[in-house]
Design a protein around this ligand. Structure first.
Ligand code: ADP
Ligand code: MG
Length: 584
């Protein structure tokens, strides 16, 4: 249970504020996360880590000399939005370039990826190394698809030490890639965790059972076991990891037993003792190990074992000193506080003169968003359940957070052009929702807004451009193919049906209705597909027979939009303009 909060929606932000207050000698708050409050030498590579909140000390607890320069902190279990990552990286940059490093989750990849594009476009050289240590999440020959769990620490630690030693961006990146390649983890869970404000845990493990390979957001495990003894558990974890060891593994390893939230330290130590002996028997020398909470999952009952196979240079950087709120090693000379003036950023947006048509269309867009919000709220529970079958169960709450924020932002912007309004809505959606769908919906709404802009008048062509822009943003960012079992399987039929009707001369409302019908039936048909992208992929079999949650929500939303537009027209009025008509 998570008990201590005022408003559960503010949990992550409020907890982060308190963390900064308690650790002000280490970190300062910036919009989107935290940055070191101590001096960063000019020219030092900035290591920017991050991810969803709820995993303390990942990620903000790992910010300090010898480790991360800054952390972008998302909502509970949800990726930080691209804008947050961008602002945190700007504040962290000391002129030596930026290395973004985070666990390999689709939402994080989307948001950090968008931020990287923006930073590079501004001349701040930025690279990315995603952490893929969780051997339960994909086979060894698809290592790049694996998720990141407690192996985050080894990768961040070695990259941070390399940056501290003054290595350049190429060298820091190379060491991070190598560390990730040589790090393996495997976790087990004994019981679920509860998001703030939720009355039930995200999942349960039956009493007396243990789930092997369960993810840090409750992604279902790969097998269920009767609760083993400590010795059996140690044997299971060690043998699975040794079976998966990297090709050029030597015999010196870092071993880390990580508690996921509610396993006592005594129990972790007990298990560590057994593991240490087994590793010794296997001919391995354990070097500067760790045992404690390093990547948690709220109040989840569970733990993981991480092994990093060292070589000479990795060992040097692993052993180097670091001083952060949650991770300390060796001695580092105290750092002077950072000049606060350098911890700034934020773009001022220019002033626009909205046209009458653009302001009016903006108002209509706000009314449409109100409908989208209503339909999402009505189906929140159902979407969450659908996502829990093979994903992490957050699709309902994520969509709701996103659309509520989008509606509020749009409503506040009434009077601006439709372009401005939808951009504000998309940014808010992406920022609040987190998750893959949040990033995709946010970017898609921004793209639709850019297509509509601030024009003197609007025709059906503009509606077609908005639909196309919306769909293209999602396929470009998410890179899902038809048949991967994602919302793309409903989006493409939607766009195609719209364009077919529209090109044949149908008015916009008819084209939208035909498109919504196509999206809904395509969404239902995804039930026969196996997911090939996103969080549901590792549990593909469980997903068979159930439609994709993102496709279902898209179908529901498009149907509601079409009904709303029909109702606006009173059923009988002349429809919205076809091809080249001009909308009032
Ligand atoms: P998360 O997967 O981060 O938990 P959600 O649960 O809110 O986010 O959304 C899951 C949905 O996102 C999936 O059902 C799928 O439709 C969609 N999705 C996942 N990955 C992609 C992708 N690469 N491209 C398009 N849609 C995707
Ligand atoms: Mg999900």
């Amino acid at each position: 249970m998570t008990r201590i909060f005022d408003n559960p929606a503010d949990f992550a932000d409020d907890a982060l504020d308190g963390f900064v207050a308690a650790n002000r000698g280490y970190v300062a708050r910036v919009d989107g996360g935290v940055v070191r409050s101590t001096e960063v030498p000019t020219g030092q590579v900035a290591l920017v880590v991050g991810g969803g909140s709820g995993h303390y000390p990942a990620f903000a607890g790992l910010v300090g000399p010898g480790l991360a320069t800054a952390s972008a902190c998302g909502n509970m279990f949800a990726s930080p939005a691209a804008g947050q990552v961008y602002r945190v990286a700007k504040a962290a940059n000391a002129g030596g370039g930026v290395l973004l490093s985070y666990g390999n989750y689709a939402g994080d990849v989307l948001h950090f990826g968008q931020a990287q594009l923006r930073l590079n476009a501004e001349g701040i050289e930025t690279r990315t190394v995603t952490v893929t240590d969780d051997i339960a999440s994909a086979p060894l020959d698809q290592i790049e698809k694996r998720r990141g769990i407690a192996g985050d620490l080894t990768v961040f630690k070695i990259a941070g030490a390399a940056a501290e030693a003054g290595l350049d961006l190429d060298a820091v990146e190379r060491l991070a890639i190598k560390t990730n390649y040589r790090t393996r983890s495997l976790g087990v869970a004994f019981d679920g965790c509860t998001l703030p404000g939720a009355s039930d845990p995200l999942f349960h493990v039956p009493a007396g059972q243990m789930s092997l390979g369960l993810g840090i957001h409750g992604e279902p495990g790969i097998s269920e076991h009767k609760m083993p003894t400590a010795s059996e558990l140690a044997e299971l974890l060690v043998s699975k990891l040794l079976n998966d060891k990297p090709d050029d593994a030597g015999n010196r390893v870092v071993a880390i037993v990580n508690g996921l939230g509610t396993v006592k330290y005594d129990e972790l130590f007990l298990l560590f003792g057994k593991i240490d002996k087994l590793l010794g028997k296997a001919g391995l020398t354990v070097v500067e190990p760790g045992c404690g909470e390093l990547v948690t999952s709220l109040d989840m009952s569970g733990l993981s074992l991480t092994l990093l196979w060292l070589d000479e240079e990795l060992e040097q950087y692993w052993a180097a000193p670091a001083d952060t709120p949650a991770f300390r090693k060796g001695n580092l000379a105290p750092r002077p506080p950072r000049n606060q003036a350098s911890v700034t950023a934020v773009d001022e947006s220019d002033v626009e003169q909205p046209t009458e048509a653009a302001a009016e269309l903006g108002r209509q867009a706000v009314a449409v968003l109100a409908q989208v919000r209503d339909v999402v709220v009505e189906h929140e529970g159902e979407l969450g359940k659908l996502d829990a079958i093979a994903g992490d169960g957050d699709h309902g709450i994520g969509m709701r957070r996103g659309v509520e924020a989008a509606f509020t932002a749009a409503e506040t912007a009434i009077g601006a052009s439709v372009g401005r309004i939808l951009t504000a809505a998309g940014e808010a959606w992406s920022e609040r929702a987190g998750g893959t769908s949040g990033a995709l919906w946010g970017s898609a709404i921004i793209a639709a807004g850019q297509a509509l802009g601030n024009k003197a008048g609007y025709s059906g062509e503009d509606a077609a451009a908005a639909v196309t822009g919306f769909v293209d943003a999602i396929t470009e960012l998410g890179k899902a193919e038809p048949g991967d079992k994602t919302m793309v399987d409903a989006l493409l039929p939607y766009r195609d049906a719209f364009l077919t009707e529209f090109d044949a001369g149908a008015p916009v409302d008819r084209a939208l209705a035909a498109a919504a019908a196509a999206a809904e039936s395509a969404a239902a048909e995804t039930a026969r597909l196996r997911p090939l992208k996103g969080r549901a992929r590792p549990l593909a079999e469980k997903s068979l027979g159930h439609p994709d949650p993102g496709a279902v929500s898209f179908g529901l939303i498009t149907a509601r939009i079409s009904q709303h537009i029909d109702a606006q027209l009173g059923g009988s009025q002349p429809a919205l303009p076809a091809g080249n008509g001009v909308q009032a």
